[in-house]
Design a protein around this ligand. Structure first.
Ligand code: ADP
Length: 595
């Protein structure tokens, strides 16, 4: 009975031994292969296969011997005695003895019909696609899906086949979608639907996810089908979201401009600064944000940048203006950079509203001017005062000297002493007034020139030779640079510092002074170092103020003008002056002169 069933079954059945030789064939097998059972017997079945017979048989045998189940496999067999290939679906099963010993393999073969073949091919093709692929008929019924569709949407194939496509569409747009699908069927052209639409898919569990869909019509002899490739773009959307958040967190307004100067993306700052809503700007020309009088020229600039796109940083020295929605113009600083995308080069413009900075700058400039005026006034006052005081003072001095000479003898000791004081004081006053006059004159009508500080120091040493000899001072001058400066002023500067360095020495101590200079960035840094009495830290600023002294005249002779002069001279050269000092060890006066 069993034999009969096998023998007359519609499926072709052959038995194979372990080597792959045929041990059994039923009637259908004879028909399929076009050979008699005798011709088939003992024949290596691989000679009847058109596709990679050796490799496959070994694998099948191995799997079955290990007890694995094998799904039906599509194969090509040679029919009519090896002449015509025919597609069949083969189910391989193990043949075992009563004791369970593996004896061989049975192969049950079923011819594939034409449509089964096409469907199989289409299925195989669909499975190779990276996207979820869904094929629907004209009525919108799903006829084919791939494994990606199952994975993305959470349905099994069986649950989808025959269902309306809208099972995969969010509930709220089913109606609209159905309508669109019907329209598409009447005018089917390949198209990417997501370019101008935000699309979503809906999973079996009701959750939705963003998708990009491309459609293509499939015209077959069985009618029109539509294939939809559905790509889950959640990751991309997430990236886009991140990018947006990043844009919005930027402190500057950012406008991303595409071809023809059309605005593609703007960040939140743009809304704040320009007063537009995002939606108002997307798709508009970027010239919308530019004052009327620049509008004509701007497309030209834009084009030349697009042709030679280089990063242009902010503050490139251009005075630029933006235009708010309310028509107000405001000063801006703009940086431009190109960004390559699949749609070509986009231009990223970062725009900074510098209204506040500009007005602060203007205020500063105004204050600076005011201060300059005030300073000039004061200087003028000091000049006039000291100049005009000189003359009556000189008269007082001359007359006092005359009195001392002519009538000195008539005075008693007290009178003579008083006369001496008057003379000394008035002379000192003359000194002070002269100092004041000099101070107000510093930098007036001076000419900037290259000054060789080595020569300058040599000459100063000569001028000071008497003091140097008297105090037995040792003055060491290192190699100094040639600087751009005002010669007379610089001479006075060095002379004051050297004089102080020699003057403020400890009792019975020989002054040792060195003058040096080193480069420090944009500046020359000069130093005059001594081994003198030093200066208390709390006075290091005060000593630069005019007439400020730390000692009695009886201790150290002076007027308190020297360092004030020095500070003014250094400022005239746009440098700085300061002192580093230690009581009883010595002081080093530093000053800078820009190169
Ligand atoms: P003057 O030398 O006429 O007193 P300056 O303006 O040159 O006036 O100096 C102001 C004060 O700074 C001096 O009186 C002195 O107290 C202090 N000073 C200046 N140079 C030195 C120095 N090299 N060492 C110690 N003290 C100094």
């Amino acid at each position: 009975m069993d034999d009969h069933i096998l023998f007359h079954a519609t499926d072709a059945i052959i038995g194979l031994d372990l080597r792959g030789s045929i041990t059994y064939s039923n009637t259908s097998a004879e028909h399929l292969l076009g050979l008699s059972s005798r011709e088939l017997l003992d024949r290596d079945h691989r000679t009847l296969l058109a596709d990679d017979p050796n490799h496959t048989y070994e694998m099948i045998r191995e799997s079955l011997m290990f007890g694995e189940h094998i799904d039906p496999i599509r194969r090509e067999v040679l029919t009519k005695g090896g002449k015509a290939p025919q597609s069949v679906l083969v189910q391989y099963s193990p043949m075992k003895s009563d004791k369970g010993k593996f004896m061989g393999i049975s192969a049950i073969m079923r011819k594939l019909t034409q449509s089964e073949k096409v469907a199989n091919k289409a299925q195989a093709l669909l499975e190779t696609a990276p996207d979820a692929m869904v094929i629907v008929n004209q009525q919108g019924q799903i006829v084919l899906v791939n494994a990606q569709t199952e994975a993305q949407f959470g349905y099994t194939k069986e649950e989808l086949l025959g269902k309306e496509l809208e099972i995969l569409v969010p509930d709220d747009i089913v109606y609209q979608h159905r309508h669109q699908r019907e329209r598409y069927v009447s005018e089917p052209v390949p198209r990417n639907m997501s370019e101008d639409m935000e699309l979503k898919g809906q999973r079996k569990d009701g959750s939705t996810f963003p998708v990009e869909v491309s459609l293509s019509p499939l015209k077959t002899e069985n009618g029109l089908f539509i294939s939809a490739a559905i790509r889950n773009i959640s990751d991309r959307k997430k990236e886009e979201h991140k990018f947006r958040r990043l844009l919005d967190s930027a402190p500057d307004a950012i406008v991303i401009v595409g071809k023809e100067g059309l605005i593609q993306i703007v960040n939140a700052q743009v809304e704040k600064i320009f007063g537009y809503n995002k939606e108002d700007l997307i798709g508009k020309k970027v010239e919308e944000l530019i004052p009327e009088r620049y509008k004509n020229k701007h497309p030209g600039h834009r084009n030349s940048f697009a042709h030679n796109p280089k990063v242009r940083p902010m503050g490139a020295g251009l005075e630029l203006s933006g235009l708010r929605k309310n028509g107000e113009e405001f000063p801006v600083e703009i940086s431009l950079s190109p960004m390559e995308t699949k749609d070509g080069i986009l231009i990223i413009a970062a725009i900074r509203d510098i209204t506040d900075r500009k007005s602060a700058q203007k205020e500063l400039e105004r204050k600076y001017k005011e201060l300059e005026e005030k300073n000039k006034e004061l200087e003028q006052f000091a000049y006039v005062a000291s100049h005009d005081l000189q003359e009556p003072l000189q008269t007082v001095i001359s007359l006092t000297e005359f009195l001392a000479e002519s009538y000195g003898g008539m005075l008693d000791t007290n009178g003579a002493k008083s006369m001496e004081y008057v003379l000394a004081s008035t002379k000192r006053m003359r000194q002070l007034i002269k100092g004041l006059l000099d101070y107000s004159q510093i930098g007036r009508q001076a000419v900037l020139a290259a000054v060789d500080c080595n020569t300058l120091l040599m000459e100063i040493k000569e001028d000071l030779s008497t003091v140097i000899t008297n105090t037995k001072a040792s003055i060491k001058v290192e190699k100094l640079p040639i600087v751009q400066g005002y010669e007379t002023a610089l001479r006075q500067l060095f002379q004051n510092l050297l004089t102080n360095a020699i003057k403020f020495t400890k009792a019975n101590c020989q002054p040792v002074v060195s003058v040096f200079c080193k480069e420090e960035g944009e500046n020359w840094l000069f130093g005059v170092k001594d081994n003198g009495i030093g200066i208390d830290k709390k006075y290091v600023d005060r000593i630069f103020i005019i007439f400020q002294r730390l000692h009695l005249r009886e201790q150290y002779e002076g007027t308190g003008i020297g360092l004030a002069h020095c500070r003014k001279i250094v400022a005239l050269h746009h440098g700085k002056i300061w002192v580093e000092s230690e009581i009883n060890k010595g002081s080093t006066f530093y000053f800078t002169i820009p190169k």
